[in-house]
Design a binder for this molecule. Structure first.
Ligand code: NAD
Length: 492
């Protein structure tokens, strides 16, 4: 893909146009080159998009569609994504610097998400509940209304599809605010939705700042749900505002996920899984396995194999097919990661790998940071408590299972965990005791759209995947049909 600078427009209430806010540029993390220019949206743009969405969703062209008709539009979106898969993957790479192989996987997952929720819509069944008297009772679901979707920069196309697809499948309209620095896939998704025949106004995409566009979306009286993925601090703010209008939200927030290596683990599998769990996406993943608890009896063997694996990781240009670890999303974010590592060392941590920027011409302008392994930090240190969102792994030995479980759970977050063992009993036992939304046993960071995903504790709530994910975008309504042959006796 050429590196020409694109001029982007927003999709606001059925019209392609510039946002009304200030001009800004996005940069390619590999070399900080400007790759796009656009104007940010404003509060007035949000209002225009939401008003248009509210009208569009009530028109027969959307509200009147039967489930199978809406499903066929979602299938067309899925195919539209597949038709442009390589282009979308390259756009995502230019936005956030993820290795191209990962970008392709995310695009494929986005297409699968639209297909899945198309199928969910098409096969949706309402229930006739058991009657307890002389009446018939039904439980039905209606679209919630206008949904505000707010997404982060780390896996834009996948996060955006996970909100758009179930909301559209449920018959809602969506105003999507992508992360300011990664707007391109969202904008192209709006184009694909338009080309698929989704009526004008049903999907708007408004790039811009969270504190302006995101905030206006959350506060807007016609927005009936916020589907948010991002950091816990911002999620808490959204929940506070949502409370004022009694608006439901789903919050997919941060994580500090533990990975447990049991004494009987297959070390080849465990090492590969821990490497992938923390260093893919340069650790910029909510489910990054950033705390590895390794049994003391195998600690040294695990450590030396792990470090051998780290040395072999191919860090570099995300455009290359062979690259495993790309740059961090920005120079600013790299400084945050560096501060955590410096503090970890000051807290007594010993650097076993990384802890520095890679040297040499290919890395000179990019926001690169080497895969970093650190031991000797306590589970209470900031490095082990807070989400770093970078390629930083803390190695922590353990010996007693009670203590292990307590340390894994002694963290504000509860998104995911991994267990590496050959013994299904210990996997079951630990899996049940770990306070997380997902537990991976002898695997890590695998996702399936048909399996629900959400966090617990400060990692948020509200399931995004799975067939029932569609329910979040509906109001449940009950219908009672009286079958009495005589008037209600009370009124006699
Ligand atoms: P962030 O919270 O800074 O931003 C996320 C989105 O919220 C962006 O679009 C941003 O512009 C917007 N935003 C910022 N302030 C806002 C406000 N006041 N009101 C409304 N919207 C606002 O997060 P980020 O740095 O873009 O992404 C990284 C974070 O996302 C990490 O914490 C990561 O763990 C989390 N994440 C979670 C999941 C999950 O499924 N649990 C998945 C991916 C990323």
């Amino acid at each position: 893909m050429s590196m020409t600078i694109s001029r982007l427009q927003a999709m606001i209430g059925g019209r392609w146009r510039d946002g009304s806010g200030p001009e800004y540029a996005t940069e390619y993390p590999h070399d900080q080159r400007v790759v796009s220019h656009l104007r940010a949206a404003t509060e007035a743009d949000v209002d225009e998009a939401v008003q248009a969405a509210e009208q569009a969703r009530q028109r027969p062209s959307w509200a009147g569609l039967r489930h199978h008709e809406r499903a066929s539009l979602l299938y067309r979106v899925a195919n539209g994504i597949r038709d442009r898969a390589e282009e979308l993957a390259q756009l995502q790479r230019l936005d956030n610097g993820k290795p191209i192989q990962e970008c392709r996987a995310l695009v494929a997952s986005a297409a699968g998400t639209f297909q899945f929720f198309g199928a969910a819509a098409e096969t949706w069944e309402e229930t006739i509940t058991p009657a307890r008297g002389d009446y018939l009772t039904m439980s039905l679901h209606e679209p919630l209304g206008v949904v505000g979707a707010i997404t982060p920069w780390n896996s834009p196309i996948a996060s955006e599809a996970q909100k758009l697809a179930p909301a559209l499948a449920a018959g809602c309209a969506v105003v999507l605010k992508p992360a300011e620095i990664t707007p391109r896939c969202a904008i192209e998704l709006a184009r694909i939705c338009e080309q698929a025949g989704i009526p004008a106004g049903i999907v708007s995409v408004l790039p811009g700042r969270g504190a302006v566009v995101g905030d206006a979306l959350v506060r807007h009286p016609l927005v009936k749900r916020i589907a948010f993925t991002g950091g816990t601090r911002v999620g808490l703010g959204i929940q506070r505002l949502a409370a004022e209008k009694l608006m439901p939200t789903s919050l997919e927030l941060g994580g500090k996920s533990p990975t447990i290596v049991m004494p009987d683990a297959d070390l080849d599998h465990a090492v590969a899984g821990v490497l992938y769990g923390i260093f893919s996406s340069s650790g910029q993943a909510c489910i990054a396995g950033s705390r590895a608890f390794v049994h003391e009896s195998i600690y040294d063997a695990f450590k030396s194999r792990l470090l051998e694996g780290v040395r072999r990781l191919r860090v570099g240009d995300p455009a290359l097919e062979s690259t495993q670890v790309g740059p961090l999303v920005s120079l600013f974010h790299r400084e945050t990661v560096e501060r955590y590592v410096m503090e970890g060392v000051a807290d007594g941590g010993r650097l076993l790998a990384g802890g520095a920027r890679p040297e040499g011409a290919p890395y000179a302008r990019g926001s690169y940071y080497l895969p970093t392994v650190i031991e000797g930090v306590s589970n209470e240190a900031r490095l082990c408590r807070e989400e770093i969102f970078g390629p930083v792994l803390a190695l922590l030995p353990w010996s007693d299972e009670e203590d292990l479980v307590a340390r894994c759970n002694d963290n504000p977050y509860g998104l995911a965990a991994g267990v590496w063992t050959r013994d299904f009993r210990s996997a079951w036992r630990l899996g049940a005791r770990l306070q997380t939304g997902t537990v991976w046993v002898n695997t890590y960071k695998v996702f399936s759209i048909s399996t629900p995903f959400s966090g617990v504790k400060m990692s948020g709530y509200g399931q995004e995947k799975g067939r029932l994910g569609i329910l979040q975008y509906t109001n449940q309504k009950s219908l009672y049909w009286g079958l009495n042959e005589t008037p209600i006796a009370w009124a006699d």
